[in-house]
Each structure stands twice: as structure tokens, then as C-alpha cells.
Design a protein around this ligand. Sequence first.
Ligand code: SAM
Length: 307
Amino acid sequence: MYGKWIAKAVIQKSISVLPNPQRANYFFQHHVTRSTTLAQDFLNQRITWSRLHLDAFDRMGGDRHDMAVAELGSGWYPIVPLCYFLAGASTVWMLDLEDLTRPELVIQAVDGLLEASEDGRLDNLGIDAERLERLRDLAQRTHGNGGEITLDSLGIKTMPGDARTVELPTPPDLITSNTVFEHVDPVILEGILRRFAEIAHPGMVMSHLIDHCDHYAYVDDSLSVYNFLRYSDRAWRLIDNSVQPMNRLRASEYIGMYERAGVPVNEDVRHGCDPNALIGEPLSPRFKSMEPSDVSCTSSHVVTRFA
Ligand SMILES: C[S@@+](CC[C@H](N)C(=O)[O-])C[C@H]1O[C@@H](n2cnc3c(N)ncnc32)[C@H](O)[C@@H]1O
């Protein structure tokens, strides 16, 4: 049971006490684990997520033409914002605590998407052929002169800061996030939802994908996706870190938060909700007292259309 994940937890905890944890984390990933090379699985997953959000936007009656989109917690690679550009967005704001984009990561994301377009991986995204050509041109011109691809020229803008106080020049038509909610402190997350409700206009859509699993299970095959639920809140605070924290909220707790923040829920699609999956899993009293069908859910897709 005590394997790779403990090592990762210790490293992240150590990085989290350094003066600039995100920069230190990037340095570690780049120079030690070499994980800042875009993996195909990572790229494909974000293409799929972009499609899920765009499909939700369509279902809720959104108009993709010249849409303005905000992505909460974009992280290092602007893959999802680039997919929105290809799908018709005139503006995409990347909301994150810091501007994490780097020229070498932007180039990898653009090249990865151009390659994906050639073998049909973007086919279900509903992309605009003229925009794809624009991206290809931009990449060729940039590679040709060794320059940087400027996201700004595609209408993609970084908006560093806490999303609880975000000010956007115009109201967005769509706000999305991918595996962000589970990393945000519940009090802060509720504040972010309240802020999004404040800036919402009638018809604005929100689409958020939430992963409820113990993320250490992704680096350690020996670990169950429910492993972190065995710890009391006190013990978890000691294990958890600020580089990639996990709030351990279960599916229904997010919905409760939406209600408190005054954000309607039009769709709440949950996956992996199998109470039998918890058999043999040691759960701390907090999780033991909850509905097993709720505790066992491994991911959710929550969609809102503001009235
Ligand atoms: C796990 S990462 C997101 C990964 C990314 N969405 C992806 O698909 O690779 C979570 C991100 O949320 C950002 N974040 C956390 N709290 C935030 C806040 N209050 N406002 C804006 N961004 C925040 C973090 O800085 C971090 O980059």
C-alpha cells in the first residue's frame, strides 16, 4: 500500500513550502520527471473534455459563433482554449491563479492539435476549417522564424488571479473547467461559484468536469481511487499539500454548494457510482455516514444554464 504515492505526497509537500511552489513544481517536472513533454493521452483527454463542454453548450442552446469562453484553472497547456478557438470562440480567457503558460508548452499544444486534426481526432469537435488553417499558418510562420506563438493573436488571453474576484471585459457565454473543482478549498470554490453567478447573463452556460478519485491512484497502481477517504480530516490536512490539494468532496456536496451559491443545476451526470466498489474500503466516519452511492462516484459533469 505504501509505495509511489507516498513518495509523490512527500515531494509535493516539500515543494509546497518553497517560496514559489508553482515555479518549483515546474522545475521539478521539467528537469527531474521530464513530464513537461505533452503526452498523447493527456492531449486526447483534453480534446474529449472540450467536446463534452461544447456539446453541453449546444444542448443548452448556446451559439458557438464568436462565443466568449472562460476556462477556470487552465493549468500549463492551453489545449482546451485552443479547441474553443477552433470551434468558433472569438475570445477565451484562461482564469488561473498564475499565468502558467510558457512558449514551449504553447508550441507543443498547437503542434499536438494540428497533428490530431490530421488523423481525425478533432472530427467530433465541430471545428471551423478556416480557423484550423489560421492555426496551421501561425505555427508554420512561427517555426520558420524560431519565434513564439502568441495566444493573444487567437483571442486567447491569460487572466491571472483568484477567480473569486475575476473581472471580465464582457460577460462570457460559456465557463468551463476540467478537474479543477476537486483541488479547490470548498470555501474558495463556493466564492468562485458566487462570482460566476454574479457575472452571468441570461443564457450563460457553465460546464464543469469534476474528478472525485484519489489522484495518487493515477501514479500508483496499487492504490484504490477511494484510498484518501480512509483518513480523518485532520490526518488528511497533514498529508495534503498546496501544490495539488484534494478537497475529497463527494458528488452531492458539490451540488449542495451550487444551491448555496445560487447557481442552478440543469444536468448532473455522475459516473462510477457503484456502492459495491466500496466493499472492503476502509472509510473514515465522515464518509461512512454518507450515502455509498454518492461516496463511490468517481466523476461528475455538472451543467448550468442561467435563466
Ligand atoms: C489541477 S489544475 C488544472 C488542470 C487543468 N485544468 C488541466 O486540464 O490540465 C487546477 C488549477 O486550478 C487553479 N486554481 C486553483 N484555485 C484557483 C482560483 N481560486 N482561481 C483561479 N484558479 C485557481 C490552479 O492554479 C491550477 O492551475
